[in-house]
Ligand binder design. Structure first.
Ligand code: MG
Length: 285
């Protein structure tokens, strides 16, 4: 084993920190949104999880412009989304196993101040006494200027972004070893950032079937669903999607894991290999 890799995992507490996303990694958010969306807006035909073909909801059937979509999501939270969402199968066992192996765990979520209390209550109910830190990046919210770092009841520390931070920024700032996230966009961003980090792209979800190569981007890759429909472009968007699924491009530093069992297998295999430096660590060598 090279000297550097022996030292790497001992940075920080125990073997180091692992950064974990919240929605659709810890809790079944989009599945719950499908149920609630059908109850509230009664879209026909009813929405299915398969309609979530993109991470950004406004690119999917059943949503509207970005501004309207953010309002719709706020309503879902107001009507109990956090309370209703159940844990992802195997999550508690997986997290406890990682702790037992000597890692500390931090949450890095795109949720913001508005969802903070619901989020902390959910963690206290389903996954208490597991996390050391929670970082709310508020990716879809306006910037809050008054939130302060303070002790939380579900983690030793909660950090609210005072300025826009990407998940890659948080992984870098916290010196986490890697990020577990279900978003292909976050995975690409983290792998391509100034301080690239390893990502385990979590779950066989329709919205992460494609990681979009930034050097191969067409207008139909980013079009709003409502605009594509108005312009008669839905078939073109779908055939482009199928083409990219077949191409199956994946950037360096991103690996797919289908479930929590595979997360544990990945970490065990990494340890068996002598913990070779991951992208962020390689960059600092
Ligand atoms: Mg997520």
């Amino acid at each position: 084993m090279p000297e550097s890799s022996k030292e790497m995992p001992s940075k920080g507490k125990g073997k180091g920190k692992i950064a974990v996303d919240m929605d659709d990694v810890l809790c079944q958010t989009n599945g719950t949104i499908v149920e609630m969306h059908n109850e509230i807006w009664k879209t026909e035909p009813p929405l299915e999880l398969a309609d979530f073909k993109n991470y950004l909801y406004w690119q999917n059937r059943g949503w509207s412009s970005p501004t309207e979509t953010v309002k719709m999501v706020a309503r879902l939270f107001d009507e109990g989304l956090c309370h209703r969402a159940q844990p992802i199968p195997g999550v508690k066992e997986g997290l406890l196993r990682l702790k037992q192996m000597g890692y500390s765990l931090i949450i890095v979520t795109a949720r913001g101040e508005r969802e903070r209390k619901w989020t902390e209550d959910w963690i206290a109910t389903h996954l208490p006494d597991i996390f050391d830190e929670i970082h709310f990046t508020g990716a879809f919210a306006h910037v809050y200027t008054t939130a302060q770092e303070k002790e939380g009841h579900v983690a030793k520390k909660a950090v609210m972004s005072h300025h826009k931070r990407s998940k890659a920024d948080v992984v870098h700032e916290t010196e986490a070893l890697f990020l577990i996230d279900d978003s292909a966009e976050n995975a690409l961003d983290a792998s391509r950032s100034k301080t690239p980090c390893q990502v385990l792209l979590f779950g066989d979800w329709p919205w992460n079937r494609i990681i979009r190569d930034p050097d191969d981007r067409l207008p139909e890759d980013v079009i709003l669903y409502v605009d594509a429909k108005d312009k008669g472009l839905l078939d073109r968007v779908e055939s482009r999607r199928q083409e990219l699924i077949e191409r199956n491009w994946i950037p360096h530093g991103v690996e797919r894991v289908s479930n929590w069992e595979q997360v544990i297998e990945w970490v065990e295999d990494w340890e068996k290999d002598g913990c070779p430096p991951l992208p962020r660590q390689r960059a600092s060598l």
